[in-house]
Design a protein around this ligand. Structure first.
Ligand SMILES: NC(=O)c1ccc[n+]([C@@H]2O[C@H](COP(=O)([O-])OP(=O)(O)OC[C@H]3O[C@@H](n4cnc5c(N)ncnc54)[C@H](O)[C@@H]3O)[C@@H](O)[C@H]2O)c1
Length: 368
């Protein structure tokens, strides 16, 4: 069975779906690989590291014509045209984008698994690429904040004077938020965190941060470890209660998100206005509308003297580890999809909840 690894073509994407280490593991399982030349170069893996027994370095067209094609980002329509009938595509696919991609995949007889649709369950944990990448993003967002903030994060006492530790607030304590808390603590920040799901209180406290409790009159826990959307009244109350609190923060890392929805607005213009000039906000939801209406996707803007960072692809800024984790997620998923019975056989068991929820096209049909 041949696995194709094409180079990522999206602007500013440095990740690759499989690192040389992941390729070694797949070769051991019996796969052959067609890898597009220079695929791993942006992540720091030259072709020479991929050139192993069972690997052929190819052009893009050949990599797309394999039995299984693995990618980080959804392919373009032209790339799909080069895939063969009966093949399988595994990638982040952004099912919310209605641009005809899934109809094209179905028409071409290509089955497609969306990595972002892997459920957040214990059994699926090792395949959960949204979490593996959000973890990296939470870390990198804090590093970015520390680099762009004009002051120390930790308490500093020197012969030339002392500096107070930064007061840092994390909004949303999911995967990215918890990693942001842990990273900020390691850098010596005084950290508090807020989430609409009160069940994360213990996790926040176990990382040494203070849990901020706000009574908005509703509990925000939804199903599957995600939040549910608040009523309009509760949203207003939350914004009011947060605004006064946020004005006192030096750095805010905001990660609040509800899957499939526009990001909730938590940092009003009034809060930004009230922050000390020189303060900083990292809006990790900037690619999804933003937790702050003043943030701009992929820009650093200055509003009322406050720097607002809206980068949308932190994992790509740490491409070697992000690719390593992603490749591991793929290997675990492939273990579930490919059986080794007298050679490798693809078996998409629709009774399996992981496959059932991630499979977007199957045997000519769009499944969502
Ligand atoms: N910029 C990047 O490079 C990058 C990378 C990965 C993730 N992200 C973004 O970071 C965000 C977090 O990702 P994640 O995987 O940690 O998501 P997650 O679902 O694990 O966490 C989101 C958290 O936000 C909380 N939340 C939702 N609504 C809230 C509200 N009104 N008030 C307070 N908390 C609220 C949820 O309870 C949850 O704990 C998402 O917006 C995601 O798209 C950005």
């Amino acid at each position: 069975m041949i696995l194709g690894l094409p180079k990522e073509t999206r602007a500013n994407e440095a990740r690759v779906a499989l690192t040389p280490d992941a390729v070694k593991k797949l070769l051991k399982k019996g796969f052959q690989l067609w890898i597009e030349r220079s695929s791993g170069l942006p992540a720091g893996f030259p072709d020479s590291e991929y050139l192993l027994d069972g690997v052929q370095l190819t052009d893009a067209a050949q990599a797309f014509s394999a039995d299984i094609v693995v990618k980080v980002h959804r392919p373009t329509p032209e790339e799909v045209s080069g895939m063969k009938k009966g093949s399988l595509l595994i990638s982040f696919l952004s099912p919310e984008i209605a641009d005809g991609l899934f109809e094209k995949l179905a028409l071409g007889g290509i089955d497609a698994l969306a990595m972002e649709k892997i459920p957040r369950t214990s059994r699926a944990q090792s395949m959960d690429a949204l979490s593996s990448q959000a973890n990296i993003a939470g870390y990198r967002a804090v590093i970015e904040a520390a680099a762009q903030y004009g002051r120390f994060f930790p308490l500093m006492m020197t012969s030339a004077g002392s500096a107070k530790p930064v007061k840092l607030m994390v909004l949303g304590a999911g995967v990215a938020g918890l990693q942001a808390i842990a990273t900020a603590k390691r850098l010596g920040a005084v950290v508090e965190a807020y989430d609409i799901r009160s069940d994360v209180k213990e996790q926040i406290q176990s990382l040494g941060a203070k849990f901020v409790e706000l009574d908005v009159g509703e509990e925000g826990s939804g199903s599957g470890g995600y939040a549910q959307e608040l009523s309009e009244d509760a949203k207003k109350k939350q914004q009011q209660l947060l605004t006064e609190r946020l004005k006192k923060c030096d750095v805010i890392i905001s990660t609040a998100n509800i899957p499939g929805r526009k990001a909730p607005v938590l940092i009003l213009e009034e809060a930004v206005k009230g922050m000390r000039p020189g303060s900083l906000i990292v809006d990790m939801a900037a690619g999804n509308g933003g937790n702050c209406p003043l943030s701009e996707a992929d820009q650093v803007v200055n509003r009322y003297g406050v720097k607002i960072i809206g980068f949308t692809n932190y994992p790509s800024l740490m491409p070697a580890d992000a690719s390593g984790f992603y490749g591991q997620n793929l290997i675990h998923l492939l273990n579930l999809l490919v059986l080794n019975e007298e050679g490798l056989q693809l078996h998409l068991n629709l009774e399996d909840d992981i496959i059932a929820s991630a499979l977007m096209t199957h045997r000519g049909n769009v499944r969502f």
